[in-house]
Design a protein around this ligand. Structure first.
Ligand SMILES: Nc1ncnc2c1ncn2[C@@H]1O[C@H](COP(=O)(O)OP(=O)(O)OP(=O)(O)O)[C@@H](O)[C@H]1O
Ligand SMILES: [Mg+2]
Length: 618
């Protein structure tokens, strides 16, 4: 089928026993760390509960024997009966308490532990860095880890069941050895085919899931697009619904059928094999009954042995099933383990850096860069020195590498060759969190937090500090946003998603102004604006740019823009093409040079002029 042929072969993992133990230990340690109290309570109570079955069988057998003896001797010692009844009552009481403890501790563990686990998960992903998070394989792991995250608690449950089953197995083996030792290897032997077949089918199913993760992610994204109100607008207008629907359903139709085929083979197979094991038990039980009929054992002992044999079969099955369950889950949880043990693509550096007062001086020294998945270099042997407090503009065609250079300066990626120096110190050594404290970067794909208010959307730019209302208002004024905020029904407390109560939806340009306000409010020593005003009207753009140069006076500023009118006031303009600097200088220098910049500038100016003439002639 086309779908499976296309699928990226995600690395399928078969765990070695040592790895299995390592992952098991890691999971248990993890759960105990998240919630030690409930985890220990649950462990203790569950093991006691499982063992209580044997105790119950012993009490019942003794009760029956004493009843039979009483009937035979026609003497009825009431105290003995009362003694056993009291014992049964006490036993039931303990069982009830254990039941209560297990359910209560399990629920508490899940309720408190699951959000705790999710939090650990996003914290970890957050720490990995953009360069790591771009790799397709890491995304497959994240996708599956997200699916199987909750299994971590079930794993604890299964492990405890397994420990309880093993303890029960040992106790039952000792008891059975005294009257029917042959039973033990026979029952174990009869369960082995079941065990092997079950294991094989589980790994087939997991392999199948693994090989299709990437296609599943694509189908999931398509379904998300088809249910997203922001995407539906264009999907409706281009009548692309059926096209996308076919993509989603085409995959899932094939996927579910293939899945069910594997599942059916598995289920039918293990059911047939468990009939074999049942047959063995029936034959063995016949022996116990024969012994009783030959008066070799008492009724109580018959009852006791019969139940013990059944419990033994049950414990063998639960050990085999449990061990398959555990190894299957361990393979799944391996994805979670993998993410939690993943390391950033490059070290985050350990030289501390204080928050700078002045804008930093930046030097790009012969840098080259290739994206992790790409074949060729995006930036090649580029050198550039930016003075402290300098206002630099970078211009160039789409795909020239402007955003890439900014991302390298931000240490979101590591240069493939060369060095970036910040105030003469190697950026590779500077502790990344400290570096980010000194950055205010507005990217083309900036965030719009529609669930937050206007105020929160701005102060999030500097959320370590208590809110400064004066700076908030000033930032919104600098970004030419104050007037429209003032017209919102709830002003600075306005929620910015129309799908929330009392919410509204800002226009694209308004969103951009709010994002710019966020970076005025952040007021970092190095300010980078990557096409900050693409959706902003000409008058506001003029005001904002003047404000940027004035407000960030002693800060280093890098502006990327396609609109030449906005960059002409920069101290220096860098023209970038195919990852290399082709021209640099002030606006007037570059105009005099009459090169690439001057031609592009004149072309744009001519466009404006023609527009003017067109408008006038209308
Ligand atoms: N994460 C990525 N993985 C692989 N290639 C990438 C990645 N990001 C960008 N590129 C490639 O790097 C090149 C430079 O991209 P970049 O975003 O730096 O261009 P730009 O100059 O900012 O363009 P624009 O004017 O369109 O914003 C492009 O060819 C792009 O396809
Ligand atoms: Mg760009």
């Amino acid at each position: 089928m086309a779908e499976s042929e296309n699928s990226t072969q995600s690395s399928y993992k078969r765990l070695k026993p040592k790895e299995f133990l390592k992952i098991s230990a890691w999971i248990l340690k993890f759960v105990y760390r998240i919630n030690p109290k409930f985890a220990s309570l649950y462990t203790g109570a569950t093991i006691l509960k499982r063992l209580s079955d044997i105790v119950n069988t012993v009490i019942m057998a003794q009760l029956v024997d004493s009843l039979v003896k009483a009937v035979q001797s026609k003497a009825f010692p009431l105290e003995t009966v009362y003694y056993y009844l009291a014992l049964i009552f006490g036993f039931n009481l303990i069982q009830t308490i254990l039941e209560l403890t297990t359910t209560w501790s399990w629920n508490s563990l899940s309720v408190t532990g699951r959000p705790g686990l999710r939090r650990e998960f996003y914290k970890k992903i957050n720490s990995l860095g953009i360069q790591t998070l771009e790799q397709p394989e890491i995304n497959n792991h994240i996708h599956r880890a997200d699916m199987y995250l909750g299994d971590i608690f079930n794993y604890l449950d299964r492990t405890i069941e397994m420990i309880a089953s093993l303890v029960r197995f040992v106790a039952l083996t000792i008891i059975i050895s005294s009257f029917f030792p042959l039973f033990i290897p026979v029952v174990i032997g009869s369960a082995i085919p079941y065990f092997i077949f079950d294991k094989k089918q589980r790994s087939n199913l997991y392999k199948f899931i693994n090989e299709n993760t990437e296609n599943q992610r694509k189908a999931g994204n398509t379904a998300g697009d088809l249910a997203s109100s922001t995407y539906l607008q264009e999907i409706h207008l281009t009548q692309a619904f059926d096209f996308l629907d076919r993509k989603f359903w085409g995959f899932h139709d094939w996927y579910t059928k293939a899945w069910i085929k594997i599942l059916t083979k598995w289920r039918v197979g293990i059911s047939s094999l468990s009939v074999l094991s049942d047959l063995v038990i029936i034959i063995c039980t016949a022996k116990v009954f024969t012994d009783a009929f030959q008066q070799l054992i008492s009724v109580g002992t018959l009852l006791f042995r019969y139940r013990i044999l059944n419990q033994f079969q049950d414990s063998i099955q639960s050990i085999f099933r449990g061990s398959n369950d555990l190894s299957e889950q361990a393979i799944r949880i391996f994805d979670v383990y993998y993410i939690f043990n993943a390391t950033p693509a490059f070290p985050e550096g350990n030289t501390p850096l204080e928050k700078l007062e002045q804008g930093p001086a930046i030097e790009l020294r012969n840098i080259s860069f290739k994206y992790p998945n790409a074949e060729s270099l995006v930036v090649e042997n580029l050198s550039l020195k930016i003075k402290s407090g300098e206002k630099i503009a970078i211009v160039g065609p789409n795909g020239a590498g402007k955003t890439t250079i900014v991302k390298l300066i931000c240490k979101l990626y590591r240069v493939t060759k060369g060095k970036i120096l910040i105030n003469n110190g190697d950026l590779a050594d500077i502790y990344v969190v400290d570096w980010h404290k000194n950055l205010g970067v507005l990217f083309q794909d900036y965030n719009t937090y529609s669930q937050l208010t206007v105020k929160e959307n701005i102060v999030i730019g500097n959320s370590d500090k208590p809110v400064n209302e004066d700076e908030l208002v000033a930032a919104s004024k600098h970004a030419d946003a104050y007037d429209f905020i003032d017209k919102f029904p709830f002003k600075f407390d306005q929620v910015l998603g129309e799908k929330y109560k009392n919410g509204i939806r800002p226009s694209t340009g308004q969103w951009q102004k709010l994002a710019i306000a966020r970076f005025f409010y952040r007021n970092a020593p190095l300010v980078i604006f990557d096409e900050p005003t693409a959706s902003i009207d000409a008058v506001s753009e003029y005001n904002i740019f003047n404000k940027i140069y004035e407000f960030f006076e002693n800060k280093t500023v890098i502006i990327i823009s396609h609109r030449f009118s906005t960059v002409r006031n920069a101290d220096r303009i860098i023209v970038l093409k195919d990852g290399q600097i082709t021209e640099e200088g002030s606006h007037s220098e570059l105009m005099k040079k009459n090169g690439q910049y001057a031609q592009a500038f004149l072309l744009q100016a001519e466009g404006y002029a023609t527009e003017k003439i067109d408008t006038l002639s209308m």
